[in-house]
Design a protein around this ligand. Sequence first.
Ligand SMILES: [Mg+2]
Length: 350
Amino acid sequence: MVGFIRPISALSMTPATAAESDSIDKLAAAVSSAAAPLKLLVAEDNPVFQMLLRGILAHWGYELIIVQDGSEAWKILDGPDPPRLALLDWMMPGLDGVEICRRLRATPREPYTYVVLLTARTEPHDLIEGMDAGADDYLTKPLKSHELRVRLRAGRRIIELQEQLLHAREALREQATHDGLTGLLNRASILEILENELARSRREARSLALLMLDLDHFKEVNDTRGHQSGDAVLREAAQRMKSSIRRYDSLGRYGGEEFLFVLPGCALGEATCEAERVRTALGTAPFQVPGGQVRVTCSIGLASCGPHDPQDSGALLRRADSALYVAKNSGRNRLAWDCADSAVAIACPT
Ligand SMILES: [Mg+2]
């Protein structure tokens, strides 16, 4: 244990015995050495106690933010990128530690902030009040340094567990919404985006365009070069398509070698330019596949709706589909679009 915590008063820390120190040091070693410094907010209005905490917590490897009153502490906890671990004095100017806990827990927050309350109160009903307000743990003054170390360690473990849970949930969400092979949105997700964007277009009286793209003769790639080559083509095609669209467009895998593009705010003219850009990106350079190269082209069906002719997703999909059919039947490697007013699909020669 560090020497500077030896002086003892009602506010200072009680040092651990040699045996306690040894076991606590072993227990906590993994925390302070292996892991990255953890941001820890300390809110304590007593300058002596604050100084003692600063020394010992910095020595344990925490990245400290130290404030002297509750209002300042709340500003930090309620601000961007708040500390995940907080040591709050109960009695402070501004807001007290319990009120900060209440505010923190009033709305669900992610990531979670683990709070340890410091208090001179030892009555059971006081401690229950603190925990009811949303504190995760408490320590009574005078503090024992080894207790503080162990409680913070427990807090850190909870934080790490929550991080693992958040990562697992994010991975599951990614899995549920994305296509495993191409990394693009899957069918359900791109259709959901189409619904949402259509609703937004109606609300904001904006145009929207939908592209349905199909890789030409893709079956031949699979049949003559094998499925590994087919997969390589799909992955590469996804990359090329992704880099040809605008930041606010959405792209998803609709079926085997069919893809959907949702282009919000795009009228027919802009949408044809974008579709041509995608078609060129796929057709210009050959694709690298195991054992050689293969040329791939695509056919695209386009349907758009203007600000004053809102459509439902089913109708727009049918129109894009029939335009794609025209593009295919007109010789492939081309774009065809369906004009809402005339309902006639026009093939665009390449
Ligand atoms: Mg105080």
